[in-house]
Design a protein. Structure first.
Length: 323
């Protein structure tokens, strides 16, 4: 099969396209012929060596496709079935071995490109609203990077739950996307961000601040959050948040800070299936997933370059079957 390999730690130029051996399924795995592969920021962190990885390896953990083989212990999936996943290493490839417990069926009506590039974001948005925090109808929430992949999905799900959604964006284009997703207020990043959030919430602040940006926005998240509110750190696009004195949470209003990860909210096949089912149901019910850009599998380096330059919107997908 053909696949992308990270040959060494470094920039997008270390991504090499070539032939590798086909995967052989373990007893509890299926082999899937990929039709769409998701590109995520964590792929770039691993490629650069910011997160532990050992080259050479095939990057990627997310995708969708059709089951072509199954191990003897597989009981719920079958050949010819459309599935998606977001936790199967080696997904930048034409064939991927996926544990049965990590794959979910893709219902009719959900496009492969949507399923293959947005399941990670969709599941993340789902656990942010129903897991890491529990905002209630009428609450105000702050969503940083509102024009990004998670931000656009999270905004739509939050609006459907009756939340007042305030987002931050970096450009006019992303502001338009955020407003179309249902944001009530869209702000630019800046020193006065927290003051503007307070103005929009009659001085109270937001009940939950969802921060996937990290170092550049954390202080503003703290200053924007209401008494007894929660800051949910779920990413570090601008770098990790520096260590800080927990006593500051007292003075800021008895705040809570949590740093969740998706794996702990999809720890069982049952929970994964439930969250994925609710996400796909929302897609079928009109939740819009913007596949902002697509590339051939061979052009993965270009996808990484654009992602790191922050010129992408929505989700990014590789198409292994496109020549």
């Amino acid at each position: 099969m053909r696949a992308i390999q990270v040959t060494r730690h470094g920039g997008p130029d270390v991504l090499a396209f070539g032939s590798v051996d086909d995967p052989i399924p373990a007893a509890d795995e299926v082999v899937v012929r990929t039709t769409a592969v998701g590109v995520n920021f964590i792929d770039t962190y691993l490629r650069r060596g910011l997160y532990p990885s050992t080259p050479p390896y095939i990057p990627g953990t997310e995708g969708a496709g059709v089951v072509v083989a199954a191990g003897p212990e597989v009981t719920t999936l079958h050949e010819g079935q459309r599935v998606a996943w977001c936790a199967a290493p080696g997904s930048y490839a034409e064939l991927v071995a996926v544990p049965e417990s990590k794959a979910v069926p893709v219902p009719d009506g959900v496009d492969d490109a949507v399923a293959g590039s947005s399941l990670l974001r969709g599941l993340t948005a789902h656990y942010l609203l129903d897991g890491s925090a529990h905002p209630r109808s009428g609450d105000a929430v702050l969503v940083h990077a509102g024009g990004g992949g998670v931000g656009l999905i999270l905004t739509q799900l939050a609006a459907r739950r009756g939340l007042t959604v305030i987002t931050t964006v970096s450009s006019d284009e992303k502001e338009a996307l955020s407003r179309a997703a249902g944001a009530d207020h869209v702000l630019r990043y800046g020193d006065d961000l927290a003051a503007r959030v307070r103005e929009l919430t009659d001085g109270h602040g937001v009940q939950v601040a969802y921060d996937g940006v990290g170092a550049d926005t954390f202080e503003q998240s703290l200053a924007s959050t209401a008494i007894r509110g929660t800051i949910v750190l779920f990413g570090a696009a601008s770098g990790p948040v520096p260590p800080f004195d927990l006593q500051r949470l007292n003075a800021a209003g008895s705040l809570s800070v949590t740093r969740p990860t998706l794996a702990h909210f999809t720890a069982t096949a049952q929970e994964l299936t439930w969250r994925a089912g609710e996400y796909f149901d929302a897609v079928l019910d009109g939740l819009e997933v913007r596949v902002g850009q697509s590339y051939r599998l061979a052009d993965a380096a270009a996808a990484h370059t654009d992602l790191e330059a922050r010129v992408t919107t929505g989700t990014t997908v590789l198409l292994p079957q496109q020549k």
